[in-house]
Write a new protein. Structure first.
Length: 348
């Protein structure tokens, strides 16, 4: 796949490019966990979507990358997303020429595939002629103090009291080797929110691919797992990404205790940034993270749209989906665990 006729050439990822790709991600200030080449294998194995990972080169040196996933669904249509199933993952490059070449190739690919929507996930509205959505998602992150005690004191008083409540309730943490308890807790948690769940195999693939960059922290009460979270580690950051709790977790302050334990363990291991992840504005998750003293940073998703098409709006706050969300909350877990993966693979 050729790029422009300038000194920068753009081509598709090939077998053997993993090391060069990831070295670039780790060296670039805009590189994130969601840019890593392992996501290509995860998405292809877990969802069977076609990926197009683009590499910009100049003189044989990697100057930019853009991971793209072609998400196709009978329910939700067709989109080219960077990066699907991720918070971020838009193009990163060392110069404007490489960035322009990557974005130009993405648009050409969109047209060649007859895909009506190209979505790039980032922080800035750098493409003035693209549609933008900056009012839906925010991310929360904060630096970690080297001192565990200082980190505890940095938590606002009311939230700190919830963490201590969890401690008094006799909760304890276990580090899981398998995804069994994580998926069991997570599937019930998202069902109660009216959200389709990922397949257990997706979590297994993530753990296998990122074995050295992830762990599972599970909170146990009286021998039963009541909360659990899958955490990713990148550079000096910890990212608690897929987590949830049973209905009993709220009265036990299990979620509060769990995230403190993730923070405490990361601090002990020398990590310096706690990335609380993405939340939709106005949701319970958004309020929960604000209670920890984290300030929101808007995530800007930009869209290149084919003529006659509008930005997709698949979030649960969409009034058109309200009836679906309300009904989903009352379905049996056995049913939501079977139907959820079929739905969520088409959302991206």
């Amino acid at each position: 796949m050729d790029g422009s006729q300038s000194s920068v050439a753009v081509r598709e990822f090939r077998g053997g490019d993993e090391r060069r790709w990831d070295d670039f991600i780790l060296s670039h200030p805009g590189g994130t966990f969601f840019h890593l080449s392992g996501w290509k294998r995860v998405i292809e194995q877990a969802f069977r979507h076609r990926t197009y990972y683009l590499i910009a080169e100049c003189g044989g040196v990697v100057t930019g990358v853009l991971p793209l996933t072609h998400v196709r669904s009978l329910l939700f249509g067709s989109s080219l997303i960077s990066n699907a199933f991720a918070v971020r993952g838009g193009p990163i490059a060392v110069d404007a020429e490489s960035l322009g070449a990557l974005e130009g190739e993405a648009v050409r690919l969109m047209q060649a595939l007859a895909v009506p929507v190209l979505e790039l996930r980032d922080f800035s509205e750098s493409r003035a002629d693209w549609a933008s959505r900056s009012d839906l998602y925010v991310t929360f992150w904060r630096g970690l103090d080297p001192s565990i005690e200082r980190n505890m004191k940095l938590i606002p008083r009311k939230q700190r009291a919830m963490v201590r409540k969890g401690m008094r309730n006799g909760l304890r943490v276990e580090i899981d080797d398998t995804v069994e308890r994580l998926h069991r807790v997570y599937s019930e948690s998202v069902r109660n929110l009216g959200t389709p769940v990922f397949a257990k195999s997706y979590f297994e693939i993530l753990r296998k691919e990122f074995a050295e960059r992830s762990d599972i922290v599970t909170v146990v009460h009286n021998g039963r797992a009541v909360a659990s979270v899958l955490n990713f580690y990148f550079r000096d950051e910890v990212l608690p990404f897929y987590g949830g709790g049973l209905a009993t977790a709220r009265s036990l302050a299990a979620n509060d205790f769990m995230y403190w334990e993730v923070m405490r363990r990361a601090c002990e291991r020398g990590y310096r940034i706690f990335d609380f992840g993405r939340s939709k504005v106005g949701t319970g998750s958004y309020a929960f993270k604000r209670n920890w003293g984290f300030e929101p940073t808007p995530l800007v998703y930009q869209f290149r749209l084919a003529q006659g098409h509008v930005m997709p709006d698949l979030n649960p706050l969409n009034p058109k989906l309200a009836a679906f969300v309300a009904a989903w909350k009352h379905l049996p877990l056995m049913l939501t665990n079977r139907l959820g993966p079929l739905i969520v693979r088409g959302i991206g």
